[in-house]
Design a protein around this ligand. Structure first.
Ligand code: UDP
Length: 327
């Protein structure tokens, strides 16, 4: 049995990663405190309930499962909340990650895959965002992720712990088999909120800002299908297990869509009107985040299969209509 410790395996991206790891022949061991995750989403391997701030619990799990690698998804990830509650973000995302990284190093588990974010780049007008772009995060979510990237660099120097860092752009969609999907409470992300508005679960989608310097005034993001994203993680794991060096990869498609374009695509996919209203900008939002890198394709052999807006919204819509978790 080749175990991989998956922190946040009960969450949106982590649960899809567990499915992908299982399909690749690994045993994904979920470590999750269930604050934002769902036990129902743990379907592909063992579950250990624990907090990243609980070092004893982490040590016991490393001892019990002897994982060959860590995939670290567990984190708070809402931009709005990060602006108003920075302490929570630094404590959970940075102190929690430091505990985990230290526990892994002491257990001799020296392969580490980390989910970072394009929010570490911040707003950069007319700059192509590749892995060597400057990092100027606009909020505590981005800053906390950048801090963990730095910790990993130091742990490599000290202990030879190699890492693959993935800087995600906007993750969307759901498992096409409907086994797992996106289910946040409260929900803050554009596509699930819009699907809620479309089927009457909430009144209307609010567009956060229509006066950005973009062609239609709304923010532009690069959306990537969650299944494509987690496939890259399995490739990243192979990269580390093949003995290759630490590397950072952007995970985006290189195509940007405005909020209004996503609304229009959702109308087309669901064949229903999107109730919406225009609102003020949301603090902490960047104008445009689009990946300008093909490094993951070139070096990892990553080939996104499902990352068209139509496919992402279609898969999310099917999950939205049929899937949910209970605490
Ligand atoms: N957005 C919006 N209304 C919402 C939620 C999001 O207009 O109710 C916009 C948000 O300002 C951003 C984009 O949709 O430009 C994607 O936001 P999301 O929260 O999904 O992801 P983020 O880019 O913050 O990681």
């Amino acid at each position: 049995m080749t175990n991989v410790l998956v922190t946040g395996g009960a969450g949106y991206i982590g649960s899809h990663a567990c499915k992908s790891l299982k399909q690749a022949g690994y045993v994904p061991v979920t470590y999750d405190n269930l604050v934002t995750g769902w036990q129902d989403a743990v379907r592909f391997g063992p579950f250990e309930r624990g907090d990243l701030l609980d070092r004893d619990c982490l040590d016991a799990v490393f001892q019990q499962y002897q994982p060959v690698a860590v995939m670290h998804f567990a984190a708070l990830s809402q931009v709005g909340e990060a602006v108003t509650q920075p302490g929570r973000y630094w404590r959970n995302n940075v102190l929690g990650s430091l505990n985990l990284i230290e526990a892994a190093a002491e257990a001799g588990c020296l392969n580490f895959v980390f989910s970072s974010t394009c929010a570490t780049y911040g707003d950069q007008d007319n700059v192509v965002l590749d892995e060597s772009s400057a990092q100027n995060p606009l909020n505590a979510y981005g800053s906390s992720k950048r801090a963990v990237e730095n910790i990993l660099t130091d742990f490599e120097a000290a202990f030879g712990m190699r890492h693959v860092i993935f800087r995600y752009f906007n993750v969307a969609g759901a498992d096409p088999d409907g086994e797992v999907g996106e289910f946040h409470q409260p929900e803050t992300h554009l596509i699930p909120l819009m699907l809620d508005a479309i089927d009457g679960k909430r009144d209307a989608l609010t567009i956060y800002g229509t006066d950005y310097e973009t062609p239609d005034g709304t923010c532009i993001r690069d959306y990537v299908h969650v299944c494509d994203l987690v496939d890259a993680h399995v490739l990243g794991l192979t990269w580390l297990r093949d003995g290759k060096g630490s590397r950072v990869f952007n995970l985006g498609t290189g195509r940007g869509f405005s909020v209004r374009e996503v609304v229009a695509a959702s109308r087309d996919v669901t064949n229903r009107p999107v109730p919406m209203q225009e609102g003020a900008r949301r603090a902490g939002d960047c104008t445009k985040l689009v990946s300008g890198s093909t490094r993951a394709e070139r070096e990892l052999g990553w080939r996104p299969q499902r990352s068209t807006l139509k496919q992402m919204i279609g898969d999310a819509w099917r999950w939205h209509q049929n899937g949910h978790y209970d605490k």
